[in-house]
Design a protein around this ligand. Structure first.
Ligand SMILES: [Fe+2]
Length: 415
């Protein structure tokens, strides 16, 4: 309860536990600031980038961990490093582009220069000009490096952490999560496209949204109308061993139409529509497990999704208590044929900022933000599927994964 005590206004979680999430969590700047320290600088692995984004020596890619700017580099020996993108002199951003290829890292402000592993190698006018000025004689470049993060890669993804005391990435994921990531990403990847969007809500509302299998076929009419994903398909929820991460999966071929869709007045269930471009949903079986739709989340802010043949990574970064930047990376495999790549690109229209099944998420979380910000003492009701926090191998009419996130969040925040 240490963290709760640090707040000027004490925070107490409702006695019934993770079946309630107090709305204050989405709008309190003090809690937001504490999350930067406890979560994003705490015992988690944050997704930084893909290895294929920095394939060559000298490549860098900038990103953020929480709100902290970070740069990921590949050095001249091929090793990957990550550092806070903040000059050791005055604190200016060092790398200003999203991506570049450079011999070393140089701050534009006073030309302090760093090796690709973040060690300071040159300070302009260190010995002054014509013997006048300059740094004191006891100045030690080795004491002034870019702040490093610990880095590990898994299935082509680069992860970083500020915490010395966190298990290796594969243990952090746990066996079931690691196995499913390997299913989806465990071969050479090819980036098909990227984009990002700003959503006007607290980052944890997007966390909940990704873990919320209950909403998917209600809010997203395309899923239901065109039978891409429905809760009356064979499917379930898998929580990781510590409940922090999850997989939601469905098998499109195994669907028995449930009366509940009509009885609950799910508006899209009665649509009688046909696609003008049916090629959009033309797909091939990639795996022998029959799974045609999956959403996998990794605590705190990573998602790997595979719908039909559309593979994408989403990650999101807080940009203030009520603002979040959401990044999309669309992927295929190096081994794909041209036709397969084209099919993946076509199906990528399902997701993204204007995606046929994700466009609604760009505003629904803002609706929650707007609905809750003046009611910090009230709380959401998260009892769909019961009050337990456990895997549901045969149902996705549950909020078990949302409860799983709050279970992890409470532990790490000390709430
Ligand atoms: Fe959604």
């Amino acid at each position: 309860m240490q963290a709760a005590a640090q707040l000027r206004e004490p925070f107490t979680w409702p006695s019934n536990g993770v079946v309630r999430a107090p709305f204050r969590l989405f709008s309190d700047p003090e809690i937001y600031a504490l999350e930067q320290e406890r979560i994003f600088r705490g015992p988690v692995w944050s997704f930084l980038c893909l290895e294929v984004e920095i394939p060559d020596p000298g490549d860098y890619r900038t990103t953020t961990v929480g709100e902290t700017p970070v740069v990921v580099t590949r050095d001249h020996d091929g090793a990957i490093h990550a550092m806070v993108n903040r000059c050791a002199h005055k604190g200016a951003l060092v790398c200003l582009k999203k991506k570049d290829n450079v011999a070393s890292l140089s701050c534009v402000y006073h030309a302090w220069n760093y090796d690709l592993d973040g060690r300071l190698r040159g300070v302009a006018f260190r010995n002054g000009i014509r013997g006048q000025g300059g740094m004191p004689s006891d100045f030690e470049p080795k004491d002034h490096r870019l702040e490093p993060l610990k880095v590990e890669t898994f299935c082509g993804m680069v992860f970083g952490t500020f915490c010395d005391d966190v298990a290796p990435v594969e243990s952090y994921l746990g066996p079931e999560m690691a196995q499913f990531i390997t299913r989806n990403l465990g071969r050479p990847l090819r980036i098909l496209g990227t984009h990002s969007q700003i959503i006007h809500n607290n980052w944890k509302l997007y966390v909940e949204n990704l873990r919320d299998s209950y909403h998917a076929t209600l809010l997203h009419t395309f899923y239901t109308t065109f039978k891409v994903n429905r809760l009356d398909m064979d499917g379930g929820i898998v929580l990781s061993d510590r409940k922090w991460h999850h997989i939601s999966f469905a098998r499109r071929a195994n669907m028995t139409e449930a009366a509940e869709y009509r009885e609950s007045k799910v508006h899209s269930a009665s649509y009688d529509s046909a696609l003008a471009g049916p090629a959009l949903l033309k797909s091939w079986d990639e795996f022998d497990d029959g799974i045609t739709h999956s959403i996998q989340t990794i605590f705190p802010n990573l998602c790997v999704q595979f719908t039909l043949n559309s593979l994408a990574i989403r990650f999101f970064a807080p940009r203030g208590v009520d603002k979040t930047e959401l990044f999309w990376i669309y992927l295929g495999y190096e081994r794909d044929s041209e036709e397969q790549s084209q099919m993946r690109v076509l199906q990528s229209n399902l997701t993204g900022a204007a995606g046929l099944v994700s466009l609604e998420d760009g505003c629904i979380n803002e609706f929650v933000q707007r609905g809750t910000k003046t009611s910090p003492q009230a709380a959401s009701f998260l009892e769909m599927g019961g009050r337990e926090v456990r895997s549901e191998k045969n149902s996705r009419a549950t909020e078990a994964a949302v409860r799983g996130f709050w279970h992890g969040y409470r532990g790490i925040m000390g709430f």
